[in-house]
Each structure stands twice: as C-alpha cells, then as structure tokens.
Design a protein around this ligand. Structure first.
Ligand code: FAD
Ligand code: SIN
Length: 562
C-alpha cells in the first residue's frame, strides 16, 4: 500500500517567485533562449550535450553560479556504477543491490530503467572523451564499493568526478547552439500560478518561464526567459557542520522549487558518508576517503585497533552506507571517541598509490602515512536522497520545468542511495530530459511581458556578521538535532530554532540588495526546515532515517511529499 503525506502550507515560504507577486530589483537585460539549464555538473552538462546533438536548431543557455570546473560532480572519487562485465555481472544483480540499499522505498521501474540505460550513457561519455582506468589486460578495471555484490565501478583513479567534469565541459564547448555562462547565480524561478484548478501529485498548475539570475561580475540581475527550463543544481550538504560537499552545495534549486510551490519528496533521507577524514581543524568541506578504499581491502577499526563491523552486518566494512555510518556513530558515542580508524596498512603501497593518489597525498599532507598509520575517519553529510519530485522523463510538478541529478527525488535511491549510483542517475536523466524536450519544444513559446526583478527599497546589508552567524547556527542545529540518530524532542527543538532563524533571515533578505551570500543562507534554512519537517513526518526508522522513538519499520511504504 502506498500512503502519501502532504504538506501544503509552509510558513517558511515566500511568494516572490510568482510573476504577479514579484517584489524585485533592477534588471538590465532580458536573455531569451529555447532552453535554460541551471547547473553545470554531470546532469546539466549531459542534458545540454544530448539536446544540442538532437536539435542543432534550438538555443540552449547553461548557467553555473561558479566556474565551469566546480560542482559536486567534480569531487566524485569512487566512480560510476554500471553493469560492464556481463560474464560476472548482470542487470538483475545491480537492481537487487540498489533496491536492497534503498530499504524498500525505491521505485522499481525507475531502478530498472536507470540501471539498464546506464551502461549506454557511460559508453557515450567514453566516446566524448572521458577516461576510465584499465587493467593490464586492457579491459576496464572495475572497482568495488559498499552494498555492491559485484565489481562494477568504473573509475579514473580517485578523481573520477574531475575527469567527467573536464570531459563534459570540453564537449559542451564544441556546440555552437550552447551558450555557457559562468558566475551567474539563479535567484528564483519565474512562475505563473493558475489558481483554482485540481492539484495532483505531479500537477500543481504552475508554469515556469525561466529564472532571474544575478550576474556576479556586473552585480546586475538579469531575466532569463525560456520555453523550457531544466534545473540541475545539485545537493545541499552545507546544511551540516561537517560535509564532503563543496561550499556551493546550498540546495538552491530545491529551495527555488519549494518557493514556487512545486513538489519535493523524501527530504528526510540524508546520506552520511561513513569515512570522511577526521580533521580537528574543521575543514569545510571535509575531505572524503572513498568507499572504494574499503572496496580495495581497507578495514574499519576502533581506536584500540579492533574490528567492529561484524557486530552490525555480515558484509562488514562494505555494508551499505546507512548501516556503516550508524555503526561508526554508535561506536564513537559508546567509546567517547572522536573518530574511528581505517586500516590500509596491509595493502600493497604501489597499488594503493596508483588507485588513490589524491587520498594518499592528502593523508601525507597532514602527517598520516596510510601505509604505516591508521587513518582517522568520521561520518559526514554527503548526499540528499530526496529533492524535487520528478517522473521517469524528468518532468517536475511545474509545467515546462524539468529536473535531474542530486537536486531531484526520482525514486532511484529510495531511503538510501547505493554508492556510485548518482553519477549514473545524472547521465540517464540528462538524456531522458533531452528526449522529452525534443518531443515538445516546438509546441511551446517564450512568455512575453515578464516584469523585471525589483530592487526597490533594498540597501547593501550593514550586518554581514549576522549572515555568517546564522549559517553557523543552522549547521549547529542540523548537526545536533537532525543528524544520523534522531528523536522527536530533537526534531521539535530543530524546528523551533529554525523558525527563529527563518524570520531573522527573511527580514534581512527583504531589506538587502541581493547577494549570493544572503540567497544561499535563505536556501539553506529552507532545506534545513524541509529535512526536519520530513523527518518529523516519518514515524518509523528506515534507511538513512533513524528515530529512536520509532525504531521499527512500517509494514507499508510511504513517500514523504512536501
Ligand atoms: P552538481 O555536480 O553538484 O552540479 C550542480 C551545478 O549547479 C553546479 O554547476 C553549480 O554551480 C550549479 N548551481 C547550483 N546552484 C546554482 C544557482 N543558484 N545558480 C546557478 N547555478 C547553480 N557519486 C557517484 O555516483 N560516485 C562517486 O564516486 C561519488 N563520489 C562523491 C564524492 C564527493 C566528495 C561528493 C561530494 C559527492 C560524490 N558523489 C558521487 C555524488 C555525486 O558527485 C553528485 O551527486 C553528483 O555529481 C551531482 O551531480 P549534479 O549534476 O546533480 O550536481
Ligand atoms: C566514494 O567514493 O566513497 C563516494 C561514492 C559515492 O558517493 O557514490
């Protein structure tokens, strides 16, 4: 049985994104293109390339809020999971592993679709110039990660994401019909609400006409109008104190959709990666020690040098992430330790260095020799399994708005993402959206008469310190009360604190000239709220959501809709 909870009213939202209610600033430029893509990681770039190939006659504008090389994609270490060695592996096994990790909440049709389409997309990016490591005999060297029953991770050393970002950016630049704009910060979607019609799961009777974006160099806010908008803005790890995500991961796209009254789902499922490098200096982001290191033989131990994973799962250090992260959290709390240890000392040095040069060098840079010392590691926020609700073709609940990648909830990951399935998801959904848009782009037109962003009455913020402090507070709240282990009292406390932060920030926002800093803060607070609220809704423990007041699983399944 599938029961859906809905949250229709949210006191933390503003209606600024409706074109009739827009309070806005100063716009100097109206940019028009057939398709606007917000985000230039694996999902956005794959979409742009596939679309440009299919329809050289349509114009595509891609925005990134930072430079072309920066994204979550760029930091991916382990690799891309895909069934490659058909003598050993098959789709059924990869599907079963994904469903098992997802703890009953995956959409089985979506899982089958992504896993069966995935290898074709991996083959395409190889043809576009992406390199993956090969073994001595010339076939791809397939790595192992937690929750996988076979070696199926294609990788480029421990820099797979960097290599994918590099090759996709290079490919995008070969198309004349793609305009790639760096340092453009999308502020809000431009939407029109058709009130009074019926709402369904994926139809809120809202239409999207593009987005307002801040040109970070000129400081002007520009209006980007498009027939179709594709949102690929990535994750939101920066809501936590300790995260593997770069500082740009502030959930902007998810928050924009929420403000536009679109549907999000399953926001309570936040994946904590079990092994980020322990660094008392509190680096942001935390450096990741890839799960592929455990796939290569490394073993988790407590500070007294004893293995502990046998107490939790027969797959030991290679159990799915939710299980390993919770086990580490428990061991650390029971022992009063600040970290656990990853033992790589039995691994051949040359092989380790060839596979993990970045991890080796990083450890050495802080005085840890992985071949001699055990590496101190702690769980850190890594991935948001929920997000903008999409169907198999990337349609959102807002007409003419599509979405792909980490900012979405597609049904692939369920309650816990299987390692290395997200790059695959970005590739497959980027392609699917290009198929969908190619079918319907000719039937849509650009909306005229959109008002400019209105900056009336806003001034440069005098109290920058307030923004910095609010962001710190948000991270403290989320880490203390909405972490790996949750309780009702902690969640209630988080909601009360977030309400205060929300009100203070909205006041600051309405008086301030728009800046990336105030917008990211506002978006992060919205995401913090959505994660906490969704966690309050789920009165059970499943996958990444563990609430000691509800330690059992329901016998029926449910998606949390927001
Ligand atoms: P991203 O790659 O994050 O791209 C988002 C884009 O949106 C960026 O260009 C950003 O600038 C832009 N953007 C965001 N907000 C705005 C805005 N307001 N205006 C304009 N532009 C905006 N997954 C795997 O499958 N395998 C792995 O081995 C793996 N390792 C990982 C290691 C690390 C350290 C991390 C952090 C993640 C890892 N992941 C891995 C997860 C995976 O990298 C991401 O889920 C995936 O790359 C997300 O891709 P994306 O295209 O959705 O978003
Ligand atoms: C890792 O290399 O451990 C990250 C893999 C992932 O997040 O999918």
């Amino acid at each position: 049985m599938s029961i859906i909870k809905t949250q229709t009213t949210f006191q933390f939202t503003s209606n600024k994104t409706s074109i009739f209610e827009s309070t806005v600033n100063r716009t100097t430029l109206k940019n028009k293109s057939d398709i606007l893509v917000i985000g230039a990681g694996v999902a956005g770039l794959t979409f742009a390339i596939k679309m440009a190939e299919k329809r050289p006659d349509v114009s595509i504008t891609v925005l990134t809020k930072t430079h072309e090389g920066e994204s979550n994609t760029r930091y991916a270490q382990g690799g891309v999971a895909a069934v490659w060695n058909h003598q050993q592996d098959n789709f059924k096994k990869h599907i079963e592993d994904t469903l098992d990790a997802g703890d009953g909440l995956c959409d089985e049709e979506v899982v089958a679709m992504v896993i069966e389409e995935g290898p074709k997309m991996v083959q395409e990016i190889i043809e576009w110039g992406t390199r993956f490591d090969k073994g001595k005999e010339g076939s791809y060297d397939l790595g192992m990660e937690g929750g996988h029953s076979e070696n199926r991770i294609l990788h480029y050393k421990d820099l797979t994401g960097w290599e994918i970002q590099r090759s996709l950016v290079a490919k995008v630049k070969t198309f004349n019909n793609i305009t790639f704009l760096q340092h453009y910060f999308a502020l809000d979607l431009i939407t029109q609400h058709h009130l009074g019609r019926n709402k369904t799961r994926l139809n809120n009777d809202i239409e999207c006409y593009g987005a307002y974006a801040l040109n970070k160099e000129s400081k002007e806010i520009e209006t980007f109008l498009a027939k179709q908008t594709v949102l690929c803005t990535g994750g939101a790890g920066q809501i936590y104190k300790s995260t593997t995500n770069p500082v740009i991961a502030s959930g902007d796209g998810m928050a924009m959709v929420y403000r536009a009254k679109g549907r999000l789902a399953n926001m309570e499922f936040i994946q904590f990666h079990p092994t980020s490098l322990y660094n008392p200096a509190g680096e942001n982001p935390s450096f990741l020690v890839s799960e592929a290191v455990r796939g290569f033989g490394a073993i988790l131990k407590t500070s007294d040098g004893k293995e502990f994973m046998q107490k939790y799962d027969e797959r030991l250090s290679l159990a799915p992430r939710d299980i390993v992260a919770r086990a580490i959290d428990k061991e650390m709390k029971e022992r009063g330790d600040d970290f656990v240890l990853l033992d790589c000392t039995h691994i051949d040095k040359e092989a380790f260095y060839n596979h993990f040069p970045t991890i080796y060098d990083k450890c050495m840079s802080i005085g840890i020799d992985p071949m001699i010392d055990l590496i101190p590691v702690v769980p850190a926020c890594h991935y948001v399994c929920g997000g903008v609700l999409v169907d198999k073709m990337g349609n959102t609940s807002i007409k003419n708005l599509y979405s792909a990648g980490e900012c979405t909830c597609s049904g692939l990951h369920g309650a816990n993402r299987l390692a290395s399935n997200s790059l695959l998801e970005g590739l497959v959904y980027g392609n699917n959206i290009s198929i969908e848009i190619a079918k319907n782009i000719d039937g849509t037109s650009i909306q005229e008469g959109i008002p400019d962003w209105n900056a009336k009455g806003t001034t440069e913020p005098k109290e920058l310190v307030l923004m910095t402090q609010s962001q710190k507070e948000l991270k403290e709240i989320m880490s203390a009360y909405v972490g790996i282990v949750r309780t009702e009292v902690r969640l209630k406390r988080a909601m009360d604190r977030l309400w205060l932060l929300y009100n203070e920030t909205e006041m600051l926002y309405s008086d301030s000239v728009v800046s990336p800093q105030i917008c990211e803060l506002r978006n992060l607070i919205t995401i913090g709220y959505l994660v906490s609220k969704a966690a309050q809704f789920r009165n059970e423990s499943r996958g990444l959501h563990f609430n000691t007041d509800y330690p059992e699983k329901y016998d029926y399944l449910e998606t949390t809709l927001l």
